[in-house]
Design a protein around this ligand. Structure first.
Ligand code: 3H9
Length: 718
């Protein structure tokens, strides 16, 4: 591939009357930018004007992606709604022209077909998709705070039906090849090796009239509901309700998308396109869009981050993984590892525990098979990669060993000594969430090979991995842990060793303050509701029950030892733990549980709070400030202490680790939005009311005094 940034992205060759158009931008992926509009126009003119051309096939010149959508860099640089709207309109015009060509164009899709890329495919007259795991279709615009702006809100419902289209447009969810075929999103599914040949064949058939383009497929029930205005009104109402329930109104894009789709049905495609373009312009200027775009840039940057400053350090390949401890976390790590081609051996104390771990791995894979994410054969192949036993058989050749045993320093040191004796070459990672890696490494024979890999639970669902470096950890060890984390599909941040590392440390004052609100007489429902309204996926009191109150108590004690008064747990939490409640796992916490299912808040815990049984009302804003501001403050202290390398890591860690509201960008972005001076002012006011817990971090005070921010006020954030 040429790297000349000015070379053409599109090329055309004619083979037996079929124009093969190859899209190969001078960039890592094919993205649609304004420079391309002219190139597309020239190609369309050639197709229309050249009588030797009967039909065309549109392919990608990239190995593993087709078209990744509009150029997000270009979108992020737009500074007015009018410019964004114009961009959408020119995209619409270009695809209208493609769709109206008298000669059929077949999309030959292999790899990512996303956003504007899928909109291009929708404007083509036939779609052939390669049946390959890399081939994914989606309209991820809502995940950037936008809506499909090149006709997607109009063409998709007309192709696959209203409900199926709304499902894709409103969630941005990824559709895999088989599902794409079932939905009618694509017309043919073929092996990548014959993609081009089949696409050429279809182009010939369409040109000869031996095949006509499929207009629309839907089931009878769908048609009943969707083909009349009353039925559609029901669908739109349900969609709005669902979006409201899921997002609590924090994200404007899905609502705007529903309106654009509805407009197209009510008043025709031209009006629908107009609504789409206007909404695109408006949304592109929202803060939500800016924050979500920042998260895209931040996660993309992390994909390229090796975790160490020295560019010459090479990560060791991890083909064999040993896991000590087949409990919930150990089995979770094994599940993800086998799915990413690693051979895994689990060691635990009893065969029952090994059986339990293997069963847990199988359960996740079975679920994927049920959802048609993998075939039975693939599942069996994947399962064959994991085995276990009560001794260290199979560990000698491990490249990496992860321990996930009981949170106790002596126990973990024992495991480390055993592994060092059996597998001297292996890197040793601890999946601890609290124990400092430096303390663990103190007794190691090869401390340079000891590192922390803090996975989040459940491992197969949570996207974040914290890699923790002790002063003795070598660059090669860090780079290996980071590279392996990425291989497992995780977003990886590297943090320096310290109590609670980053995520649990910034979470601690938040959870403590939720407990302090209970001390003061707030109700469980009110606290949780206030933080749900802030944008967290679960409220802090429910989160405590999920984490386990005993675990929260143990890590709380470590935090107090390390950071003193500002981390002292609430009296309520202490007393609830003393009363023997452990949260969901024990069937009793701040809520009642019935066979693991969470019931209502358990009012009997109020008797354990200093305020007693009577509860009083608190303003949502007060509860949000009391819980969130100390979390932001602690994040800044993590940066001050060098636990975090950058605000970027802190923002990504909070969003992916604890579900900090993505539309706020992360703790550091929230501080920038509020202004450091305002954060300091509010913290100081709280510190006057509750001395000792809210003193602003020195760095925040400095930034407030100098009017500084963590990120530039305009332009590209990173
Ligand atoms: C849209 O389409 C709006 C339309 O409806 C309306 C139009 C009018 N733009 O992630 P990677 C770069 S909104 C610009 O490391 P991977 C990326 O920054 C768009 N650049 O690779 C990186 O650059 P660099 C909707 C893009 O293999 C390089 O490509 N589309 C774009 O892990 C490699 O990326 C999306 O939201 C882009 N659209 O994953 C798709 N995409 O090397 C967003 C990628 O210089 N993209 N780059 O740092 C993705 O999901 C993934 O990047 C993809 C590849 C799956 C494509």
């Amino acid at each position: 591939m040429s790297t000349d940034p000015m070379r053409s992205a599109l090329s055309l060759e004619v083979v037996d009357g079929i124009a093969v158009i190859t899209f190969d931008a001078p960039a890592p992926v094919n993205a649609l930018n304004s420079r391309l509009a002219g190139e597309f126009d020239a190609i369309f003119a050639q197709l229309e004007g050249d009588d030797a051309i009967r039909a065309a096939v549109l392919c990608s010149g990239k190995a593993d992606s087709w078209i990744a959508g509009a150029d997000i860099e270009e979108l992020a640089a737009i500074t007015s709604a009018a410019d964004a709207e114009n961009l959408s309109r020119s995209g619409q015009r270009m695809l209208d022209r493609l769709s109206a060509l008298h000669k059929p164009v077949v999309a030959a899709i292999h790899g990512a077909c996303l956003g504007g890329g899928l909109e291009v495919a929708l404007a083509c007259h036939w779609r052939v998709l390669s049946d390959h795991p890399k081939s994914v279709c989606a309209l991820p615009e809502v995940q950037l705070g936008l809506l499909p702006g090149a006709g997607g809100t109009q063409r998709l419902p007309r192709l696959i039906g209203l409900q199926a289209a709304l499902d894709l447009i409103l969630t941005g969810k990824t559709v895999r090849p088989r599902k794409a075929r079932t939905l009618g999103l694509v017309d043919d599914l073929v092996h990548p090796a014959i993609l081009r040949a089949v696409a050429m064949q279809r182009a010939r058939e369409l040109a000869d009239g031996r095949r006509t383009r499929v207009q629309r497929r839907s089931g009878a029930t769908e048609l009943l509901l969707e083909d009349n205005p009353v039925g559609r009104a029901v669908v739109f109402r349900q969609a709005r309700e669902q979006v409201q329930k899921k997002t609590r109104g924090a994200y404007p894009a899905p609502f705007a998308a529903i309106e654009a789709v509805a407009e197209g049905y009510a008043n025709g495609i031209a009006r629908g396109l107009d609504a789409e373009a206007r909404a695109f312009g408006r949304l592109a200027m929202t803060d939500v869009c800016r924050q979500l775009t920042f998260l895209f840039f931040a996660t993309t940057a992390l994909k390229k981050d090796s975790g160490v400053a020295n560019a010459d350090v090479v990560a060791r390949p991890v083909r064999r993984l040993g896991i000590v401890g087949g409990g919930f976390m150990g089995a979770g790590i094994a599940t993800v590892a086998v799915q990413h081609d690693t051979l895994v051996r689990i060691k635990d104390a009893s065969l029952e525990r090994i059986t339990g771990a293997l069963r847990a791995v199988r359960a996740v894979l079975e679920e994927q098979r049920r959802r048609k994410r993998r075939t039975r054969l693939e599942m069996d192949d994947t399962l064959a990669r994991v085995s276990g036993g009560t001794d260290l058989t199979g560990f000698r050749r491990a490249d990496l060993v992860i321990e996930a045993v009981f949170e106790d320093l002596a126990v973990k040191r024992g495991v480390l000594a055993e592994i060092e004796a059996v597998a001297p070459e292996a890197i040793f990672a601890s999946n601890t969430s609290t124990i400092p890696i430096a303390q663990l490494a103190e007794t190691a024979a090869r401390p340079e090979r000891v590192v922390g890999m803090h996975f989040f639970s459940p491992v197969h669902k949570m996207p974040l991995l914290e890699v923790i470096t002790a002063p003795t950890t070598s660059d090669e060890t860090v780079a290996t842990a980071v590279a392996y984390g990425k291989q497992l599909g995780k977003t990886v941040i590297v943090v320096r060793d310290g109590p609670g590392f980053y995520v649990n440390r910034m979470l601690a004052p938040y959870l403590n303050e939720a407990g302090a609100l209970l001390d003061d007489g707030a109700s469980i429902e009110a606290i949780d509701a206030a933080l749900l309204a802030y944008g967290f996926p679960v409220g802090p009191i429910t989160l405590l029950d999920e984490v386990g109150l005993d675990i929260a108590g143990k890590s709380g004690a470590i935090m107090v030892d390390a950071f003193g008064d500002r981390m002292v747990p609430s009296r309520t939490l202490q007393r609830v733990i003393e009363s023997g409640r452990t949260g969901r796992k024990g069937g009793r916490g701040f809520h009642t549980y019935d066979e693991g299912k969470r019931g209502a808040p358990d009012a009997s815990v109020y008797a354990l709070t200093p305020a007693g049984a009577s509860r009083r009302a608190f303003a949502d804003g007060d509860m949000q400030d009391r819980t969130v501001l100390p979390m932001l403050n602690e994040a800044v202290r993590c940066l001050e202490d060098g636990v975090l390398r950058s605000p970027r890591d802190g923002d990504v860690g909070a969003v992916f680790g604890i579900g900090y509201p993505p539309f706020r960008g992360g703790p550091f972005r929230t501080i920038d939005t509020l202004g450091a001076a305002e954060v300091v002012r509010r913290l100081e006011a709280l510190d006057t009311r509750f001395p000792g817990r809210f003193a602003p971090a020195a760095r925040l005070r400095d930034m407030a005094a100098r009017g500084e921010r963590f990120y530039p006020a305009s332009g590209r954030p990173l």
